[in-house]
Design a protein around this ligand. Structure first.
Ligand code: ZN
Ligand code: ZN
Length: 267
């Protein structure tokens, strides 16, 4: 997160989309304000994502309060050291709530070694099970752990709807995700200068499995890289994505909105 001021409102999108992964509680602005600026930019809905028990509770409350917000609940892989069954049971109870539409972010993070692989694997498997039991989408955080994420998913049997948040695999992995029907959610880092491998993955990803997200307050897209991020900045990411895919921006917005309904259910 940055101390710099929030960037200006980009040119609004031609059709409504939603932000599939945002941390409304970490952005540092009131939720009403975040929703208003998002709407002004064409972002009609937001999935706010928990990373521990406290933020998961908060996300579930926010989703119950605001019509345009859904929640994801989970223990982030970085926070899984010694995670107890009691904590996982509470995540499962939250996941069953009607406004909670995702179990996430869960997954594996080998970039940071804040939690050991044993704890991360056990927690990821438990979250897969919760997603299947509650019928909610599984939202995966996969950082430098592609092979193990894919093999644990195959081993457990993936939930009906599985989303790779902040997709970071290459084009080959995008084809594996496509074969399995996994959604790929692209974040602002797809606009970064050095992200050509990620843009190759985007080229390989089918339109009907694409999602877009901010992961706000992180990963602010170009031309505002380094400034704070919020949902209203999605148009920068989507315009670049439309260019890379060679599709009309309005067509991309419509596809992503429809994919969001398939992933997270009707709003
Ligand atoms: Zn993440
Ligand atoms: Zn996140």
């Amino acid at each position: 997160m940055s101390d710099e001021p929030f960037p200006a409102l980009p040119e609004p999108l031609p059709a409504p989309v939603f932000d599939s992964h945002c941390h409304l509680d970490l952005v540092g602005l009131p939720v009403e304000e975040q929703l208003a600026s998002a709407r002004a930019a064409g972002i009609a809905r937001i999935v706010t994502i928990g990373v521990d028990l406290e933020s998961s509770r908060l996300c579930a409350e926010t989703a119950a309060e605001f019509d345009d917000v859904y929640a994801g609940v989970a223990i982030h892989p970085n926070d899984t050291t010694g995670v107890t069954d009691a904590v996982l049971d509470e995540i499962a109870a939250l996941a069953a709530l009607p406004h909670v539409r995702a179990v996430g972010e869960t997954g594996l993070d080998y970039y940071r070694d804040w939690a050991g692989k044993g704890d991360q694997h056990r927690s990821f498997r438990a979250h897969i099970d919760i997603a299947k039991r509650t019928g909610k989408a599984l939202v995966i955080h996969d950082r430098e752990a592609h092979d193990d994420v894919l093999s644990i998913l195959a081993d457990e049997g993936a939930p009906e709807r599985t989303v790779f948040h902040c997709y970071s695999g290459d084009a080959d992995m995008a084809r594996i995700c496509a074969d399995n029907g996994y959604f790929m959610s692209f974040a602002g880092n797809v606009t970064f200068k050095n992200a050509e491998p990620l843009r190759d993955a985007l080229r390989a990803a089918p339109l009907d499995l694409l999602l877009v997200e901010t992961d706000a307050p992180f990963l602010t897209p170009v031309p505002n890289r380094g400034r704070p991020n919020a949902s209203y900045l999605i148009p920068h990411t989507l315009r670049l994505m439309a260019e890379v895919k060679g599709v009309d921006l309005a067509e991309l917005c419509a596809a992503i909105d429809a994919n969001g309904v398939r992933a997270f259910g009707p709003w």
